[in-house]
Design a protein around this ligand. Structure first.
Ligand code: SAH
Length: 259
C-alpha cells in the first residue's frame, strides 16, 4: 500500500522529489522509488481568487505580521481531497499542536493518506482551523518561519517507518523511542523468554521506549579507545543484554521522563 501525502503550502518548491531536495535523498527517496510513499505539494495561492492572488491579510485588532486567509485554505483542502478517493487525515503544523513523537509517527504511518497544512507569517485565521478541525501537530517548543520544515520533519519521521522503506543496510535499526528489540544482531527473532528475563532483571515494562544504545564500527581501537569487548564476542544473548543495559542507563541519565 502506498501512503499518500498532500502538502498545502505557499512554497511547494520545498517538497521536490529529486536530489538535492530534502526528501529526494536517502531513505525517503528510496521509499518513493519502492512505491511505499508518494507526495504532492500544492500551492495555496492557486485557490486565492482575488486581485493579487493573496493568501494573507492584515490582522484584525492590529499588530505586526500577516494572517493566512480562510477562503484559499478552505478551497484548497476540498479540491485536493477530491483528487483521490482515499480519506485524508488533516494535519495543521503549528507550534500550538500536540508535540510530535515516535508513537505519533507510528500512528500516522498506518494512515492511507495525510494532508499537511503549512502556515506562514503570524499563522492561520482561527475560523478556518475550526471549520476544518485538523489534527494540530508541533515539532517542538520553538517557532519556525513556516510550517514547511515542520511538514518535512514529520514526513521523514513517518516515511522511514513504512514497511519496505528501509533497505537491508538499515532494516535492523533499533532506534531511540522505538519499540524494544524483537530481533537479534543477525536479524533472528529474539528468544521471548530471554527478553522477558532481561526486562524483568532491569525492571523495564515491555512497552517502554528507550534511547538507543551506543554504536561502534571499525577499527577496533581508535586513538587508544577500544570498542566494548562484548560486541566482539559473537554471543548474541550477551550483546542483547549489554545493549539493553546501555539503553536503559542512557535513558535514566538523559531522559528519565521516558521511564
Ligand atoms: N503566531 C504563531 C506562530 C506562527 S509561525 C504562534 O505563535 O503560534 C508560522 C507558521 O510556522 C505556523 O503557522 C506553523 O505552520 C509553522 N510553525 C512554526 N513553528 C512550528 C512548530 N514548532 N511546529 C510546527 N509548525 C510550526
Amino acid at each position: 500500500m502506498t501512503l499518500r501525502f498532500d502538502i498545502l503550502t505557499t512554497f511547494p518548491e520545498m517538497f521536490g522529489q529529486e536530489a538535492p531536495a530534502a526528501l529526494g535523498l536517502s531513505i525517503p527517496a528510496r521509499a518513493r522509488t519502492a512505491g511505499v510513499v508518494e507526495w504532492h505539494a500544492h500551492n495555496i495561492r492557486d485557490w486565492a481568487h482575488n486581485k493579487h492572488d493573496r493568501t494573507d491579510d492584515r490582522p484584525f485588532g492590529g499588530g505586526p505580521g500577516m494572517v493566512m486567509s480562510c477562503q484559499p485554505i478552505w478551497d484548497a483542502v476540498h479540491a485536493v481531497e477530491a483528487l483521490d478517493s482515499r480519506p485524508a487525515t488533516r494535519i495543521l503544523l503549528t507550534p500550538q499542536g500536540a508535540p510530535l513523537n515516535q508513537r505519533t509517527a507510528e500512528d500516522l504511518a498506518r494512515a492511507p493518506r495525510l494532508l499537511l497544512i503549512a502556515g506562514h507569517y503570524e499563522g492561520v485565521d482561527e475560523r478556518v482551523i475550526e471549520a476544518l478541525s485538523p489534527r494540530e501537530i508541533s515539532i517542538g517548543d520553538y517557532v519556525l518561519s513556516g510550517g514547511e520544515l515542520a511538514a518535512l520533519v514529520l514526513m521523514d519521521a513517518v516515511i522511514r517507518l513504512l514497511p519496505g522503506a528501509l533497505g537491508d543496510d538499515d532494516s535492523a535499526l533499533q532506534d531511540s523511542f522505538g519499540p524494544l528489540p524483537t530481533t537479534d544482531p543477525n536479524g533472528e527473532p529474539v528468544d521471548p523468554g530471554l527478553l522477558a528475563r532481561l526486562l524483568d532483571e532491569f525492571g523495564i515494562a515491555p512497552d517502554t521506549r528507550l534511547l538507543d544504545c551506543p554504536h561502534f564500527t571499525r577499527p577496533r581501537v581508535w586513538e587508544g579507545r577500544e570498542v566494548p569487548e562484548v560486541l566482539l564476542s559473537g554471543d548474541h544473548g550477551a550483546v542483547l543484554r549489554w545493549r539493553l543495559e546501555q539503553a536503559l542507563a542512557r535513558t535514566k541519565a538523559r531522559r528519565p521522563d521516558l521511564l
